[in-house]
Design a protein around this ligand. Structure first.
Ligand code: RIB
Ligand code: CA
Length: 358
């Protein structure tokens, strides 16, 4: 059964993340969305090592005073090549300048791949998978359970770049760059998905139109009733920390400011591309996207093009489409949803009057 986005019961979601500053906001977005039920979180190595990804998610669950949610550790390395991480992009621990209190929550006993396999077998057709990191653990899950494309309700992937420059090499995007073999195995396997349940792919073509600016962070703080309202700027030094009274706002402000600095350093302006929370919004409401079907494959052998995602829009390869690529959206609508949801959530989690919460 295709997951009914207008269902009266919450949509079960598996998050597979490499948290990560924007992965962090994807988690906040889903925690803040009553129509979402996070069935489990797979910690995938990418922005930072898998163990740090797992620790970041456990810590965010504490900050959000969230109920028990399973966090499963993923493979330490990609399928075929050594792990490459990017602390220069996401900070030494993957959450920018934020210093999240370590969590006492326990990691799942099972691996990230087992989490995928067990959950889709338990809830056939019911779960939406959201991948906002490399596809290593989903590929490992597919090797265990080849029926996964039929057992999963829908797959949403943040990854790739099609008619758009890469962000890691001139033609490839970070999540695919880290583990191109896994990306190819996933796209090949999902060629078997029913036409109405092809993976929804949020590539850089669309996610680089989702430009968070300091004003968005200020609006988020205001919606949360947090004080003071801070307008971060490039003039803030790396040692600066938010004084926001609401901890969710405080830690997110510290996290995203690092991302603003990174984008400015690479001449993109004092902004931050919100790749992963956009994909999370699509996972909850594909109606936010205009999509176009294509057959996607991943270059593995190219010397300068390895890990490039290629979309055959016109059927030149004679292969059925295996992806619905997001080619249009309304960024303003996304930011309105994100600010209202996460702002109201932060206010509800910390109803203490404005002034510094513990
Ligand atoms: O290329 C952007 C993607 O790579 C995002 O998911 C970001 O978090 C990193 O994982
Ligand atoms: Ca990510």
């Amino acid at each position: 059964m295709t997951p009914g986005y207008s269902r009266s019961v919450p949509q079960m979601i598996i998050m597979d993340v490499d948290t990560g500053i924007d992965d962090s906001l994807a988690l906040l977005y889903l925690l803040a969305s009553p129509e979402a039920e996070i069935a489990g979180i797979a910690a995938t190595a990418g922005n930072v090592p898998a163990a740090q990804v797992a620790a970041n998610n456990l810590a965010w669950l504490d900050v959000c005073r969230a109920p028990q949610i399973e966090v499963a550790l993923g493979a330490a390395e990609p399928l075929a090549i050594p792990l490459r991480t990017t602390e220069d992009t996401h900070g030494p621990q993957g959450v920018g300048y934020a210093e999240l209190p370590p969590s006492a929550r326990r990691l799942s006993e099972r691996s990230a791949a087992r989490l995928w396999v067990d959950l889709v077998r338990e809830h056939p057709g019911e779960i939406v998978g959201l991948c906002t990191g490399p596809l290593t653990n989903l590929a490992l899950a597919l090797r265990i359970e080849p029926r996964l494309p039929q057992l999963l309700g829908r797959l949403v992937i943040m990854g790739g770049a099609f008619n758009h420059p890469g962000n890691t090499t001139p033609t490839n995007e970070w999540n695919v760059h880290v583990d191109p073999e896994a990306a190819k195995e996933v796209f090949d396997a999902f060629s078997a998905a029913p036409a109405d349940r092809r993976p929804l792919v949020c590539a850089l073509d669309i996610t680089e139109t989702i430009e968070m600016r300091p004003e968005h962070v200020a609006l988020l703080a205001e919606r949360a009733g947090s004080t003071p309202i801070e307008l971060v700027s490039a003039a803030d030094g790396p040692e600066m920390r938010s004084a926001a009274s609401n901890p969710i706002i405080r830690y997110f402000t510290d996290a995203v400011r690092f991302y603003f600095d990174f984008h400015l350093q690479y001449d993109q302006g004092y902004l931050a591309h919100m790749h992963d929370p956009f994909a999370a919004a699509i996972a909850l409401d594909p109606g936010l996207a205009i999509t176009k079907p294509a057959t996607v494959d991943v270059e593995l052998a190219g010397t300068i093009t390895r890990a490039t995602t290629v979309a055959d829009w016109a059927g030149m390869w004679g292969r059925e489409p295996n992806a619905d690529i997001v080619i249009g959206t309304d960024p303003q609508e996304f930011f309105e949803r994100m600010i209202s949801r996460v702002g109201d959530f932060a206010r509800a989690v910390y109803p203490e009057s404005p002034g510094r919460s513990r």
